[in-house]
Structure formats: C-alpha cells, structure tokens
Write a protein that binds this ligand. Structure first.
Ligand code: PHE
Length: 454
C-alpha cells in the first residue's frame, strides 16, 4: 500500500499503475474470446461499428461514472450506494453487482481454464507443425468435453485468483499487469499482421470491416451494449471498486479514456486475427463456425502454426492470455471480497476463499456444458449464463448506475468529484448527455426490444 495515500484505504501507486490495473480488469477473454463470437453471431462488420459506438457513447461515460462514485465514496458498490443515499433501496444495485460478479466469475473461469489447458497442450507440442482446421477442431472439442481435465484447470484458475486476491490490491493486481499487458499487446499485433497477409484473407477482412446494412437489428444493439459493458468490466461495480483506490490527484476522465481505448484496440485486433484466418482456412464453411463457443481456441493455433518460431510463440501467447484472463478474474473476485471486508468486517483471506469456493461450485455445470454432460451441452448452459449475467444483468446494472448518478446522487455532485485532478473536463457535454438521456433511454429501449418483445 502507498505510504502517502490520502486515506487509510490502499491507493494505486500512480495514475499509470491504475490504468494498467483497470485495463488488466477490462482486457481479457471479453475482448479476445467473446468479442469475435459476438461479431460472428451478429453479422460481422455492422457489429464492430455498433460496438465502437456503444463504447464511445455509453461505455466510456459509464466507466467515468463508476470511477467517480468509487473515488468519492472510497467503497465497494454496496457501501458506495449506502454512503451516498443512506436508508434507500439503492444499495440493492450494489448487491446485484456483487451477485453478478460471482456468477460471471463462475463461467468466465471455465474459459480461463481452457486457456490454461491450451498452455500445457502447446508446451507438450500439441500444435507442432502445420495445423489444419480438422486437427484444431478435434483438439478443442475433445479437450472441452473432458470433465477431469477441464475441472482440474478450472480449479487451478480459481485457486490462483483466490491466492492473488487474498494478498490484497497492490501486492496482487498491480504487479501482474505492468510487464505482461504490453507483451500481450505486442504478440497480438504480430499475429494480426500475419493474419492480414494470409492468402485468401480478403473475404474475412470484408466480413469483419465492410458493413452489410441488412444485418442491422435491435438484437445487434443489445449485444453491442452488452459486449461494451462486459469487455469494459462495467455494470456491476468493478470500476466503482477499482475507483475507490484512485488518488484524488488523478484525472478520472483521461484514465477512463485510456482504459476504453486500449480494451477496444485489443478486441479489434483479436477480430483482425480471427476472421481473415477463418475465411482463409480450407475445409470449413466459416458461416457454420463463426459464432461457436470455441472460436478463439479453434482459430488461434492455425495462425500461430504459421509464424516462424511458432512453438515458442504459442507458449508465450497462451501464458499471456492466461495472465490477461487472471487479471480479469481477479477483478471479478475483488468486488464481492471488498464487499465482505467493508460491510461485514471479514478478513480478506477468508472472504476470498469463501467466494472463490462458491464460484467454483457454481461453475461446475458450466464446465461440463461443452461436451462432457450431454444434457448441459444441449441446453448450452455456459452461453446461457453468459447471456443472463454477462449481457442482461450488466446492462440492467449499468442502467441503474446511470439513473442513480443523473437523478439520485446528482450530476453537480459527480462533477465536483470529477473536477479533482481534472480542471478542464473536455468531454463534459458527452458525459452529461449520456448519463441523463442517452444511456438510460438506449438501455431501456434495448432491453424492451430484445427481452420483452422477442
Ligand atoms: N472485462 C473482462 C474481460 O473482458 C471481464 C469482466 C466483466 C471483468 C465484468 C469484470 C467485470 O475479460
């Protein structure tokens, strides 16, 4: 913890350290695994544009709001709402966030477990030599359907996450993010360049970047906003919790801007890797697989095998992917843990272990829903969990947070907090407009169209 921190609460070491830690939460499987699936599911380029719009108009303003609430109250989501509007039901928004966090952590860790499994598969040479689609597909399906292997990796992911969180904010999160995130970024750029230079990359590039207006539907916006929230870790109080560790000297708006920019860039590049590679690979119909749960795991080995030094590159990539996933699982576990520490006086270690165990037990059905259990596979449990918690609950949470700041706590109060460390708040009109009108109305419209009228 910082010796010169302004409050008894531990602070991030510096603004840059905060940006790395918050980007560590944001950048993860949401950008690299989930974003391409959403692009595949929603007709390609139109989704990419809808997503970018959602990030600028709703995601960025909401991130700023969450950080502002967090820094102002210095509390977890439940404590924050209690402090700002004591004795009102607003604290329920905080409870909802804590609950959503545990549920997302449960299935998110299963995907992180796949990344862990791919790390040792790569290490032991499973992807040596030229990899065809048939081989890659076979490796993925048999791995995802193997209950013992997946559950073991799942356990390791939850155990590592719990270990880091039980050691506290600075010692845990910061150290991970600083060195490894830039490395991941470098590898992703190399793969993106290789994918763009593949023979036959053209159709994939068009699918990804040339919008087909006939594909625009209300569902598209539902998924775009959901993806923006998921990838930016918004709507459940992660950024309230992380904001509670920011110093009053830091500029919240530019910090939020950097986190949004770097996350969106990684997601964009992940798509640049996946779609050209997918469309240039012989022996498959891209339409059939472009939205499959294992898309990233089926496609990445194909491009890695085409790089010089593919073996080492692959090992390094899966190490970094796992770290990116862990910096996100860490942030998911930090929300309920901070809640139990602040509101119920639990010890950090005990809180982390109890919530970690709960997430593990809750995640077992998701872990078995990709081939291991025919019943759970048929209902597609994992992606159902993702729809409910990763999309709907985050959108509902985000809706309440915007209504809270605009109509309960009040824009002038929030502006006072934002002004600390930021004398010229240049995007103020965008932020005020989004919080008061755009974000709440858009989220309500999207939820009505897709859930109630669907
Ligand atoms: N943003 C993380 C990712 O994209 C996932 C996450 C969602 C983390 C919500 C915290 C809260 O990987």
């Amino acid at each position: 913890m910082n010796s010169d921190s302004l409050t008894p609460r531990g602070n991030w070491g510096s603004k840059v350290a905060f940006i790395f830690a918050a980007s560590g939460s944001a950048i993860g499987l949401g950008s690299i695994w989930r974003f391409p699936i959403m692009v595949g599911l929603n007709g390609g380029a139109v989704f990419v544009f809808a997503y970018i719009l959602a990030v600028i108009l709703i995601g960025f303003p909401l991130m700023l709001t969450e950080l502002t609430i967090g820094r102002h109250t210095q509390k977890n989501p439940v404590g924050a709402f209690k402090a700002l509007k004591p004795g009102t039901p607003w604290k329920l928004v905080g409870y909802m966030g804590v609950f959503t966090g545990v549920c997302i952590l449960s299935y998110y860790s299963v995907i992180a477990a796949w990344a862990a499994g791919y790390l040792y598969k790569t290490l032991f040479g499973a992807f040596r030599g030229e990899i065809t689609w048939a081989v890659s597909d076979q490796i993925f399906s048999s791995f995802a359907a193997n209950p013992l292997e997946v559950l073991l990796c799942f356990f390791v992911v939850i155990a590592l996450t719990t270990f880091v969180i039980s050691r506290g904010v600075k010692g845990g999160i910061e150290r991970w993010s600083k060195i490894l995130m830039p490395m991941l970024f470098a590898l992703i750029i190399i793969m993106a360049i290789r994918a763009l230079t593949l023979k036959g990359a053209g159709p994939g590039i068009s699918f990804y970047l040339k919008p087909d207006p006939t594909k625009i539907t209300p569902k598209l916006f539902f998924y775009a906003v959901g993806q923006a929230f998921f990838s930016l870790s918004l709507g459940m109080g992660t950024m309230i919790t992380y904001g509670s560790y920011i110093s009053k000297k830091d500029n919240l708006s530019s910090s939020a801007g950097w986190v949004c920019f770097s996350t969106t860039l990684v997601a964009f590049l992940a798509g640049i890797i996946i779609f050209p590679t997918l469309f240039a690979t012989p022996g498959i119909n891209p339409q059939e697989v472009q939205a499959s749960t294992g898309l990233m795991f089926q496609v990445f080995p194909l491009i890695i095998s085409k790089l010089p030094g593919g073996y080492l590159f692959g090992v390094l990539f899966f190490i970094l992917l796992l770290v990116a996933a862990l910096t996100s699982t860490i942030s998911l576990l930090e929300v309920p843990t901070a809640f139990l520490i602040d509101e119920h006086n639990w010890r950090r270690g005990k809180a982390a272990v109890v919530i970690g165990t709960a997430a593990f037990l809750l995640g077992i059905p998701s872990a078995l829903s990709n081939g291991a259990s025919p019943f759970l596979t048929r209902i597609g449990l994992m992606m159902k969990m993702d729809l409910v918690f990763g999309n709907i609950m985050l959108a509902v949470g985000g809706l309440f947070i915007t209504i809270f700041v605009a109509y309960a706590w009040g824009i002038p109060q929030a502006l006072k907090e934002i002004a600390q460390g930021n004398r010229s708040f240049k995007v103020k009109p965008l932020w005020v407009f989004s919080m008061k009108y755009l974000a709440p109305l858009a989220i309500i419209a999207i939820l009505i169209f897709t859930i109630i009228l669907a």
